[in-house]
Design a protein around this ligand. Structure first.
Ligand SMILES: N[C@@H](CCC(=O)N[C@@H](CS)C(=O)NCC(=O)O)C(=O)O
Length: 276
């Protein structure tokens, strides 16, 4: 692990690192925020943040203002990148923003040319937490959050790994990727034509089967992607069917941006802190 930068922030430290990922077969960068109590020798729980299309680890850390409340709550924040990176990593032939680099969709790709590097599900669920738990003063308490493509990632990761996460929250998640243009495009590329496999990565399909990881989802009603891509009504329907503990809130006037995330991130972190 190589340090890239270190900045004091609300009494704690925001740090960036690069490391060689064996799961993704490339060099990856990630960010970690360590709250002030860490300097007193205390270990802290971790909230993992998964970002959306076009993002790196930096969007959330620079725009959401989450460090202030993480410092108060005594929680670490970890933000991975949104896809494998570097020379030799496949990208969309037209450089589209919604496939390839910056658009890993938190799945394990099975189709070519993606399978060699695009294993973001295993990276987020296994390799990155193992690294964090080995090198940083953190407990085994984990929660997960994300935005848009990362909201889809957070929900599917929590739903598939109930014992590993104590709570999950999402902003504007892609709630039913098997039934929207972003999801269909990414899943047909990364997973091929076997739609049964797609369903393993669909939050609405998974939530309809039930579960008990507490979930909070915020969605702005002025979000341009709401109707065509995000479809929170599918998630609500799934939760109603299975009796899943989902709190879904439609927030009037908010759009898809980090201004929305910055407005509610405090409530999301407090939600996680209530469920350690
Ligand atoms: N319309 C955008 C779609 C990408 C987008 O809205 N990305 C969201 C996540 S889905 C984001 O967080 N962008 C980066 C940022 O706002 O910092 C584009 O064409 O680039």
């Amino acid at each position: 692990m190589e340090p890239i930068s270190s900045n004091k922030c609300f009494g704690g430290w925001h740090k960036r690192y690069s490391h060689q990922s064996s799961v993704l077969n490339c060099t990856m960068e990630f960010a970690v925020y360590l709250p002030p109590v860490v300097s007193e020798g205390k270990s802290v729980p971790v909230v993992y943040w998964l970002s959306g299309l076009t993002c790196t680890d930096e969007n959330f850390m620079q725009k959401a203002g989450a460090q202030r409340i993480a410092a108060e709550l005594g929680v670490a924040l970890v933000a991975p990148d949104t896809s494998p990176r570097g020379e030799g990593v496949a990208d969309d032939a037209d450089g589209a923003y919604d496939l390839g680099l910056g658009a890993g969709f938190y799945v394990n790709a099975t189709a070519e040319p993606w399978a060699r590097h695009y294993q973001m599900y295993d990276y987020v669920v296994k390799e990155l937490p193992e690294l964090i738990e080995q090198y940083f003063p953190v407990t085994q308490q984990r929660a997960i959050s994300g935005h848009s493509m990362g909201g889809h990632g957070a929900l599917t990761v929590a739903l598939q790994n109930a014992g590993r996460y104590s709570s999950v929250t999402a902003f504007s998640p892609i709630s039913n990727p098997v039934d929207c243009p972003w999801g269909k495009k990414a899943f047909s590329a990364y997973l091929g034509s076997d739609e049964k496999l797609w369903q393993e990565y669909d939050a609405s399909v998974l939530m309809a089967k039930g579960g008990d990881v507490p979930a909070l989802v915020d969605q702005g009603d002025a979000d341009n992607f709401l109707r065509e891509q995000l479809k929170p009504e599918a998630l609500q329907k799934a939760a109603d069917k299975s009796g899943y503990p989902l709190e879904l809130r439609l927030q009037p006037g908010y759009d898809h941006s980090y201004y929305f995330i910055a407005s509610f991130i405090e409530e999301h972190l407090r939600f996680h802190a209530r469920h350690w």
